[in-house]
Design a protein around this ligand. Sequence first.
Ligand code: GLY
Length: 226
Amino acid sequence: MVDASVGGKLGVDFEGFKNHIGVFQEPLAVFIDAIYLETLEKQELRSGFAEIIKHNLIADSDAWQEMKKKGIADFDWVETIKHSIAIKADVTTQDPTEKGLRKILNFGHTLGHAVESYFLPIQGKKLLHGEAIAIGMIVESWLACERSYIKASELKEITNYILKIYGKVNISPDQVKAIVPLTLQDKKNESNVVLFSLLEKIGKANYNIEISENEMYDAMYYYISL
Ligand code: GLY
């Protein structure tokens, strides 16, 4: 409701990699009724919620400050969905085919997709998209803190909030060694450089930020040591 409904991005996973084939194609109309959320398993609702967290972190610091005080059961979904869609629509209207600004929507998705791809073929270990992106947002916030874009206290708040909702996924150092190279498959890269969309501050994101392999390892080690 808050992500794929807006901006016409249609991607499919191919040969174990996320969204490697796709087109931009807007539908004639999108109908959303929050009542359908009642048909979802809790885990699926929580997965979609990750994109709401993302939208607030990249575009609305006031909404993030409010969100921090609430658990997932405390949200008015109609208002929350409207607000989240408005953020996404504002970005995709300015840059429908992801030449620049739209890349901010990939915050949490570079290492998040690598984590998701890693677990895709592992029987019984599959992470839902939002669960992987939740990890991605923690590790990519660590990178933003490392680059002094956000404060250590802000990293801590983001980490604590996400962990409270999603819990911690056990990832071993050996698995990190397999996950980090998967970022080289990310569709946002140019040549062999891995480009990230990071929080420039709470409520604003930047994009095309070059991150080294070592920084990615350190970011993942931050998560696994939590
Ligand atoms: N889901 C990110 C985008 O539509 O660009």
